[in-house]
Design a protein around this ligand. Structure first.
Ligand SMILES: Nc1ncnc2c1ncn2[C@@H]1O[C@H](COP(=O)(O)OP(=O)(O)OP(=O)(O)O)[C@@H](O)[C@H]1O
Ligand SMILES: [Mg+2]
Length: 486
């Protein structure tokens, strides 16, 4: 390989066919005289535009050589060299760091010597060693192209905001299950908003046997094993549900607050007495109607109960998850949008409460397709307020434009699967941890189950991995009509 050009932080390197460098590979450009080296990543491979090569190519076309009769004479035996040059490629590389005295710095301001520099491939294990991507809490993400493992450290997803995105069916939920399982293995508390009802099976192997996670997965299905008693609810959580999920107007909200306080003082916070109080309310008809309709929504969700024994599960699970690590899987499958919002509003309110009072240290929240249940104001809350309380969110989506731009800007880690659609790539390119060219060029060519890992976990050296398989029962598959018909 030979250095050809440098423009800004882009290097162009000439590579010969035997050197087979591919997109995503890392190169080390060493300049022995300067005592420094550049670490660059190949983001595109093109044909080298060598003068005369086009002419030669045309001559080798079947009819290009016709007018010339007779045998080809090649006394100098240059034909093999010409073919070699025809196949030479130009590697477009992005400079990621400078290596000097064993230490890395992000600078790319110096120019290595064109005649003296040697260029060789940098293997992923060596790169990871140089970048010091290691730690005491390893999570094996999968294998890289040079058949080494990509291992990240769990502490690099502690306190962070993460995004897992890619086309449908490329393995996003699979990766989030892998991360979750590893986190609970390290005794973390995890909460999942499970839109397709696929996470509760993490405790089972493919053939349905219990695995080591079985006791740590707590599946909660709203209105079935997951209910709340009114007298356990904080007023601000109820108000959150009424105002944000059920759009209760301001005047009625004030009236509701008053009723709630009265009932609470009397020690009579039950569904029936709340209904009674609203019916007997002496006020404007509109206000009463507004309150009555919200009350019916609450009752119809089946999520609220007056039986204290039915309503203890979330608390118990949080306690268990805190002590030995565990995942609370909130199954949002088969429930209506309004009920979903009620449940999410409640769970987030409860988490903030428990974190504020130090009943919990921190929580890793995994949210699948969050735009379907997360209210507008929560997006900003999640990057600012909630993060400070200790809710560290991972968003998982196949529609990247449903995630706010501010989330991309603030994201610490992005796990990017294949996208071919320009618009989707545009959206993801807004992430501030990496440049748009890398995302566009590499994500377009990723095979299924391969992900480009970006951000803090890989110390800003984008790395492509084939996510490892898990022996877990999968439930997220799309139901098919023709599947078992032969
Ligand atoms: N790395 C992997 N190794 C083996 N199987 C995998 C891997 N990744 C995903 N799969 C399998 O591929 C299928 C689709 O994966 P998954 O459900 O994770 O996709 P998805 O991106 O979440 O899809 P959707 O957009 O529909 O939610 C699943 O059956 C899953 O078990
Ligand atoms: Mg999925």
């Amino acid at each position: 390989m030979k250095l050809y050009k440098k423009e800004g932080n882009i290097l162009q390197v000439l590579s010969f066919p035997t050197e087979n460098a591919e997109k995503g590979d890392y190169l080390l450009v060493e300049d022995a005289d300067a005592g420094k080296a550049l670490i660059a990543q190949v983001i595109d491979v093109q044909f080298a535009a060598v003068p005369g090569v086009l002419e030669e190519l045309l001559r080798t076309l079947p009819d290009g050589g016709q007018p010339i009769q007779g045998e080809d004479i090649d006394p100098m035996e240059i034909a093999p060299h010409i073919t070699y040059i025809q196949d030479a490629s130009l590697l477009i590389c992005k400079i990621r760091a400078t290596l000097e005295n064993g230490a890395l710095s992000p600078s790319s301001s110096w120019l290595p010597s064109r005649s003296q520099s040697t260029i060789k491939k940098l293997s992923i294990p060596n790169l990871l060693k140089l970048a010091k991507v290691d730690g005491n809490l390893p999570i094996i993400l999968g294998g890289t192209k040079d058949s080494s493992l990509l291992t990240i450290d769990a502490s690099a997803i502690d306190g962070t905001l993460n995004i897992i995105t890619g086309k449908k069916g490329c393995g996003k939920s699979h990766l989030s299950k892998l991360l979750m399982a590893s986190l609970i293995g390290y005794k973390a508390t995890v909460v999942v908003f499970d839109l397709n009802g696929e996470y509760s099976s993490i405790g089972l192997t493919q053939d349905g046997k219990r695995n080591i996670y079985y006791d740590k997965i707590h599946a909660l299905t709203p209105a079935q094993n997951f209910k709340v008693a009114l007298d356990q609810l904080h007023l601000n959580v109820v108000m959150g549900i009424l105002v944000h999920a059920l759009h209760l107007p301001g005047t009625s909200a004030r009236e509701f607050r008053r009723i709630w306080k009265q009932l609470k003082d009397r020690g009579d916070l039950t569904l029936s007495s709340l209904g009674e109080a609203i019916r007997n309310l002496n006020c404007n008809q509109h206000v009463r109607d507004a309150l009555a309709s919200r009350y019916h929504s609450l009752v119809n969700s089946g999520f609220f109960t007056d039986v204290a024994a039915e309503a203890a599960l979330l608390e118990e699970c949080l306690l268990k998850a805190k002590e030995q690590g565990g995942a609370i899987v909130i199954n949002l499958r088969n429930i209506s949008t309004i009920d979903r919002q009620i449940v999410v509003e409640y769970v987030l309110g409860k988490l903030v409460d428990s974190l504020q009072s130090w009943k919990l240290k921190a929580v890793f929240l995994f949210a699948e397709e969050a735009h379907l249940y997360l209210r507008e104001t929560y997006w900003d809350d999640i990057v600012t307020r909630m993060r400070h309380f200790g809710i560290f969110t991972t968003f998982i989506t196949n529609q990247p434009d449903t995630i706010r731009e501010s989330i991309y800007r603030q994201a610490d880690n992005i796990f990017l699967f294949n996208f071919t659609n320009e618009h989707d790539l545009d959206v993801v390119s807004r992430a501030s941890r990496v440049d748009a060219e890398t995302i566009r060029s590499i994500a377009r060519d990723l095979p299924p189950h391969h992900c480009l890992t970006l951000g803090k976990v890989v110390h800003d050296f984008p790395i492509v991995t084939r996510v490892r398989a898990l022996d877990l029962k999968t439930m997220g598959e799309t139901r098919l009509f023709f599947k078992d018909i032969n």
